[in-house]
Design a binder for this molecule. Structure first.
Ligand code: TPP
Length: 583
């Protein structure tokens, strides 16, 4: 039977078919739907972990216990999980362990464009790169087999287009794999230096065996065409190159680390000219050049951004454009949703001229005009530690006008360690947690603060305020961010406080609650002063109509969710309810 599946759905299906028992992840585009789909398979014990390091370690524990386990994350997640990832390369596995990294060429939803194929090489683990959804399913299954056969974690490297585009996928039945059970083996799993030295030798031997396997791996294949051009490619770039060079000979690589050298040599001898078409960094290209083979690659094809057939075609056309032509559609900058509970807090930051050391989430949009109230954003959790560093450099007075701001999911992900660090090191830090009861940015995944688990069932709720107090913070407050007066008062109090303060602005994400009746403008009262525009709500705009000497504010009632933030700014009571809210 066949079904139309996205790459992420296909990975979930592949894990299920392969008898996977445990799956973990922290959300991050473009990988999020892998676990969301895995939760549909009751045979797999799935969890949203609080961050990628935790997710990988839980999966590694399951593998130690002899179960097949999968962990999924976006590319930058592997930076967080790099520590256990490298060591698992040494420890090896008991049950198969597949680590899925979903890279984001083009940075559709990411802060960088890192090519995680480097990680496989760096950690000395094999890499599988599917070129479509069906391969995503098959390679997930093969990943478990390779993992167990060669005693290594396997990196399944996806990219946005593989994750999110769909094609027909063959469906197979699940093969139950017995959980082997835990067997003590400290020489493998307890990596103190004496053991690790021996394990490193094992890793190098394993790489040789994997290189031999790469030569016979059936999805590393040559497709002969004309001998004038030979394309060496992998991942989604294979599909694009096929479109651009339909007659060329192809060497499609799927087990891309270690590369099949003999196969590459054989291919290189037969074709006149070789082009390496790969998205991202010149990784295959560099390795093939190091074999003494002349190739064309990144001298023509861009390193930055996503590849498309056009980009590849353009790279080889005589009239080469150096700049990609932009589609001619008006720019639509992202904004916080109408009724977003983060909006009021940023409005007050701006009003009080606060320096906000920021973080990653929906709330990063607080950096954009007219709120313009975030100063830094490095990586998840860095708001807390960056703020502490600035205070260390500039002195205690800096904390009188500065805060660190992050979301609830980000706090659990990597904010807690920074908070403990600040308390312990006698920091002066004002931490603002924007608690909207969800991981909104990636599509509303639960986290410990929600108390819900991956399948929606109730778990144990962990409250940020309890954590803050447990970390030794004495000034902890919970405030409704839609009450601008209370928000301002709490922030002023925190800025005046000597030591570490934690303010939790708590109100559910506007997309998760029933909208209240919208507001409208009383044209008689509105004098076009623009005060209501200062919160940057997409539901409010100005019109300039004939016969009226001043502009008039307009509320788009189809967008307004009745949060009432703008009402608190209007000095003339010109923003009124269309109808009374239900009791
Ligand atoms: C290491 C890492 N993992 C995952 C992501 C993807 N991501 C960006 S922000 C975010 C969490 C946002 O949730 P929260 O902090 O609750 O803020 P909200 O979006 O709800 O405002 C996630 C999962 C990332 N950027 N970096």
């Amino acid at each position: 039977m066949k079904s139309l599946l996205s790459g992420n759905e296909a990975v979930a299906r592949g894990a299920w078919e392969a008898g996977c028992k445990v799956a973990t992840a922290y959300p991050g585009t473009p990988s999020t739907e892998i676990i969301e789909n895995i939760t549909k398979y009751q045979e797999i014990n799935a969890e949203w972990s609080i961050n990628e390091k935790v997710a990988l370690e839980v999966a590694a524990g399951a593998s130690f216990a002899g179960a097949r386990a999968l962990v999924a994350m976006k590319h930058v997640g592997l930076n967080v999980a790099a520590d256990p990832f490298f060591t698992m390369g040494y420890s090896g596995v008991s049950g198969g362990l597949v680590v899925v990294s979903a890279d984001d060429p083009g940075m559709w939803s990411s802060q960088n464009e890192q090519d995680n194929r480097h990680y496989g090489r760096h950690a000395k683990v094999p890499i599988l790169e599917p070129s479509d959804s069906d391969e995503a399913r098959i390679f997930t299954k093969l990943g478990f087999e390779i993992s167990e056969r060669f005693d290594t974690p396997v990196l399944l490297r996806l990219t946005t287009r593989i994750c999110h585009s769909a094609c027909l996928v063959e469906l197979e039945e699940r093969k139950e794999i017995e959980v082997k059970g835990y067997l003590k083996d400290i020489k493998k799993r307890l990596v103190l230096p004496a053991h690790a030295r021996a394990l490193h030798l094992v890793v190098e031997e394993r790489l040789k065996k994997l290189a031999a396997h790469s030569e016979i791996f059936p999805y590393n294949r040559i497709e002969w065409g004309k001998m004038t051009i030979g394309i060496i490619t992998s991942g989604v770039a294979y599909q694009y190159a096929k479109e651009v060079f339909p007659d060329a000979s192809f060497l499609k690589l799927s087990l891309t680390h270690p590369i099949p050298r003999k196969m590459i040599e054989k291919f290189a001898h037969k074709v006149k000219k070789i082009i390496v078409v790969e998205e991202g960094d010149p990784i295959l290209e560099t390795e093939i050049k190091a074999m003494g083979i002349r190739v064309t690659g990144k001298d023509k094809i861009p390193i930055c951004g996503e590849l498309t057939p056009e980009v590849i075609r353009n790279s080889f056309s005589k009239k080469r454009q150096t700049v990609m032509k932009k589609a001619e559609i008006p720019a639509r900058p992202p904004v916080l949703c109408p009724g977003c509970p983060h909006r009021g807090v940023f409005y007050i930051f701006n009003k009080l001229k606060i320096v906000a050391s920021g973080d990653i989430g929906c709330y990063t949009l607080g950096a954009l005009p007219p709120l313009s109230a975030m100063d830094t954003c490095v990586c998840m959790g860095a708001s807390v530690t960056n703020a502490q560093g600035m205070e260390k450099a500039l002195g205690k007075d800096f904390s009188r006008k500065s805060v660190a701001v992050l979301g609830d999911s980000t706090f659990f992900h990597s904010g807690i360690t920074g908070l403990v660090n600040a308390v312990y090191n006698k920091g002066y830090l004002n931490l603002v947690i924007l608690d909207n009861f969800t991981t909104a940015m990636t599509g509303h995944q639960p986290h410990p603060g929600t108390g819900r688990l991956a399948r929606g069932e109730q778990g144990k709720r962990v409250a940020p305020e309890d954590i803050a107090r447990g970390c030794g913070v004495e000034m902890v407050k919970v405030i409704n961010p839609n009450d601008l007066r209370a928000t301002e008062a709490a922030l002023r109090e925190a800025l005046d406080y000597d030591g570490v303060s934690v303010l939790i602005f708590r109100r559910p994400c506007a997309l998760l609650v029933k909208p209240r009746p919208p507001y409208r403008i009383d044209a008689e009262q509105c004098n076009g002063c623009r005060l209501c525009l200062r919160v940057g709500c997409p539901a409010i705009s100005l019109t300039f109509s004939e016969g009226r000497d001043k502009p008039l504010a307009v509320v788009d009632e189809s967008l307004c969710v009745g949060c009432g933030l703008c009402v608190q700014l209007c000095q003339r009571n010109a923003i009124v309810l269309t109808k009374e809210p239900d009791a």
